[in-house]
Design a protein around this ligand. Structure first.
Ligand code: URP
Ligand code: ZN
Ligand code: ZN
Ligand code: ZN
Length: 468
């Protein structure tokens, strides 16, 4: 049996803050004991290997419920492999990701899942799970959903955007939702009216509006809120739960808030880029705006305060990254002279925990809410709690010894993501993961990476744990 004692820290979970010692046995949290209590004194004398967490937080490892490693998009692939992307996640204090296995039109959902399993197998630094993207909703893919739910792939992303690529029409969406209502699957929605957006793209390009900032102008907030509204109504008709991904517009948040006030099983996610960046970045000169092209797009700064408020009131309940990096040189520049050819997506899997801690420092959210948004809720939403997302007896010992006073400047020169720029270049933040444990093994410690590719295990999931 391996035994480790994490001593001297402030344990922070979504539920509480405790001056407590954490005993880890065989990769799991065995017990917590308040500092100075009888069991804590016994453990201290037991000769167990001890990690000193004095002056630090002991938090659950981050759960990033939305990443895209090696994702095919617009004729290229996102630049992080499962190996580089999960290692970068570990550096940033994230110990579980849920990536997306893509069904290609004309192919089975299973073939997508098999392909993504093969990409991840033996390469991951941290534990991983999959959602499936449905790009071809038909009788046989609906049947496949039932089997996949039983096997632990319990959430399915549909796209109201990207006609001709990932797009599903309202009838396909309704059918998939009806199936989800029956088999327990959670429908995840990319809510943008892609048909209308494509008209505006065509018009913009015809008028010579080709710079990255027009990506933000054609993908209008109203077309996000319209799609969000439609997705909610379709989910109501189907009697199905709905999780709207990468919400960026105030108007879309209002749709979610209305649905939630009715007591519907409707949930929303946002991402750090929408909280910290804006259309000002998309408008950066010399094509630099391409670094910030993602969908939904960055919005004018005024939206940020609404997103923060929604994160406090739980109208938005998860912050994930939508990590989908493309290099500025050689990938983003595929769209020089035509913003519609810029591969969509931004890096961030390494930065999420720190950016959200910075939000604690700045007073946007509380310390426990930080853990709730970044660890506990995504673990519950996607059926992995309490194995993941908390510090409690029986949980996997995915733990971060977090230094709340460490000062750092985010930069591509020092990050570990396989991408040639940082979306947060030069941003100063307070807080950093000092030591990261994955199932009880130290994989990052004081600036050294001690893990290896293949440490991470696949996590089959139960269904969403919020449904009544
Ligand atoms: O721009 C983005 N978000 N790229 C990744 C694919 C998606 O829609 O999530
Ligand atoms: Zn999307
Ligand atoms: Zn409300
Ligand atoms: Zn995404």
């Amino acid at each position: 049996m391996t035994r480790t004692l994490i001593s001297g820290g402030l344990v922070v979970t979504a539920a509480e803050e405790l001056e407590a010692e954490v005993l880890v046995e065989d990769g799991r949290v065995a017990a917590l004991a308040l500092r100075g209590s009888e069991p804590a004194r016994t453990w201290a004398d037991s000769g167990a290997e001890t990690i000193d967490a004095t002056g630090h937080y002991v938090i659950p490892g981050g759960v990033d419920g939305h990443t895209h490693m090696e994702m095919p998009f617009g004729g290229t692939y996102s630049a992080d492999t499962f190996e580089t992307g999960t290692r970068a996640a570990a550096w940033g204090g994230t110990t579980t990701i849920v990536d997306f296995a893509i069904q290609r039109p004309g192919e089975s959902v299973r073939s997508g899942v098999d392909a993504w399993m093969a990409k991840a197998d033996g390469n991951c630094a941290i534990d991983y799970a999959f959602h499936a993207i449905l790009s071809d909703v038909n009788e046989s893919s609906l049947k496949e959903m039932d089997v996949l739910v039983d096997e632990g792939i319990t959430s399915f992303k549909l796209f109201m955007a990207y006609p001709g690529v990932f797009y599903s029409d309202d009838g396909q969406i309704l059918r998939a939702m009806q199936r989800g209502a029956a088999n327990g699957a959670l429908t995840m929605m990319h809510a943008e009216n892609g048909i209308a957006i494509d008209v505006l793209v065509e018009q913009a390009l015809a008028e010579g509006r080709t710079d990255p900032r027009y990506h933000g102008e054609v993908r209008k907030a109203l077309l996000e809120s319209e799609a969000t509204h439609r997705a909610i109504q379709l989910a109501r008709v189907a009697g199905a739960p709905l999780y709207v991904v990468h919400v960026s517009a105030t108007e879309a948040v209002e749709e979610l808030a209305r649905a939630r006030d009715k007591g519907l099983n409707v949930f929303g996610e946002t991402c750090p880029q929408y909280l910290f960046l804006s259309t000002d970045n998309l408008a950066e000169p010399d094509f630099e705006g391409a670094k910030y092209v993602c969908s939904t797009p960055l919005r004018p700064k005024e939206h940020q305060a609404h997103l923060w408020k929604a994160l406090r009131t739980n109208d938005l309940s998860v912050v994930s990254t939508d990590h989908c990096p493309f290099c500025f040189v050689g990938q983003k520049d595929m769209g020089a002279g035509d913003f519609s050819k810029i591969p969509n997506g931004m890096p961030g899997v390494e930065n999420r925990m720190d950016l959200l801690h910075q939000a604690v420092v700045e007073g946007h959210i509380s310390r426990r809410r930080w853990i709730e948004l970044a660890c506990a809720t995504p673990a519950r939403m996607f059926g992995m709690y309490p194995k993941k997302g908390t510090v409690a007896p029986g949980a996997d010992a995915d733990l971060v010894i977090y230094d709340p006073n460490a000062e750092q400047t985010i930069s591509a020169d020092t990050h570990h993501m396989n991408v040639d720029y940082s979306a947060y270049e030069g941003k100063r933040v307070t807080g950093r993961a000092r030591t990261v444990l994955s199932r009880g093994r130290v994989i990052v410690d004081r600036g050294s990476y001690l893990g290896s590719a293949g440490d991470g295990r696949y996590v089959p999931r139960s269904t969403c744990q919020y449904l009544v």
